[in-house]
Design a protein around this ligand. Structure first.
Ligand code: 13P
Length: 284
């Protein structure tokens, strides 16, 4: 195997109703640690890259890293570009070999989003790649007002967008947000059921960090085959470094800190893979 199309990973998970962890990595160490966690649990995984980190690392360097770290991986893995409004970055990642992209035109009108998303899907297909779509932007948790689940497009608009664009996976707003929730969010899980029933495609669950195990299993059973986790990785990575320095004052040997960080990121990733039911689901 080991790099397989995103659609293959998601369609299997969708069919069997388990969730695939789609984890945002921030550098080489975190990419390798998430892949090692997937390998250890025999779980398929999606590695996500933000536009910010692609630009910071450099597209070529990030892709070289991906190729090097997946060379000997035996579980199904895919590389995804998360929330990208920039068409040139989408084109560059697709041409380089990313497995899939989330075209984030949620700031545009649904009509314009749809028009451009059709182009992105056509472009992705030329590379055998896949596309996630969205029509509502996700807030940060600190901006939440409590009525997020109501600030959405109608089911009819969402279904029309999915059918017209041919996206492979759709990311609806259901009261979720990016960051650390202050309290357990109130989620409109029925919206997931309605979208899945009307379109038959898997749903991407955003803002995974801080949702309860019950919320995950309910949403995954309704068709959330892709479960996005970003903040939990940032916390595991940064806190383990901070804790190491606190426990070992004056020890500035980077490999020791990196070892602690790798272990923490692996634990965080394994925790979510187990929670989402993807442990042992690798088919290679
Ligand atoms: P969290 O940062 O809340 O885990 O959200 C991740 C996400 O949805 C990335 O697109």
């Amino acid at each position: 195997m080991p790099v397989v199309p995103t659609k293959e990973i998601l369609d299997r998970a969708f069919g069997e109703r388990y969730g695939v962890a789609a984890i945002n990595v921030v550098n080489d160490l975190t990419m390798e640690a998430v892949l090692a966690a997937a390998e250890e649990l025999k779980a398929p995984v999606i590695i996500q890259t933000s536009v910010k980190h692609v630009k910071m690392t450099g597209l070529d360097a990030m892709f070289a890293m991906w190729q090097a770290y997946t060379k000997d991986v035996t579980v199904p893995v895919a590389l995804h570009l998360d929330h990208c409004p920039e068409r040139d970055v989408i084109s560059a990642c697709l041409a380089k070999g990313w497995s899939s992209v989330l075209f984030d035109a949620s700031k545009l009108s649904v009509e314009e989003n749809k028009r451009q998303c059709i182009e992105v899907v056509a472009e992705a297909r030329r590379y055998g790649a896949h596309v996630e779509g969205e029509i509502e932007g996700f807030k940060r948790t600190e901006e939440m007002t409590g009525d997020e689940a109501k600030q959405v497009q109608t089911l009819e608009v969402a279904v029309d967008f999915i059918k017209a664009t041919g996206v492979d996976v759709f990311a609806p707003a259901i009261g979720n947000a990016h960051g650390m929730y202050k309290t357990t969010p109130t989620l409109d899980s029925q919206r997931v059921t309605d979208i899945v029933a009307a379109t038959g495609i898997p749903v991407a669950l955003h803002g995974g960090t801080g949702m309860t195990p019950e919320q995950f299993s309910d949403l995954i059973s309704r068709g959330c085959a892709k479960v996005n986790i970003s903040t939990a990785l940032k916390i595991a990575f940064m806190k383990s470094g901070y804790d190491f320095m606190t426990e070992h004052p004056g020890d500035y040997d980077p490999p020791k800190i990196f070892t602690a960080q790798r272990a923490a990121v692996m634990e965080m990733a394994k925790h979510h893979m187990r929670l989402f039911g993807s442990e042992g689901k690798a088919w290679t």
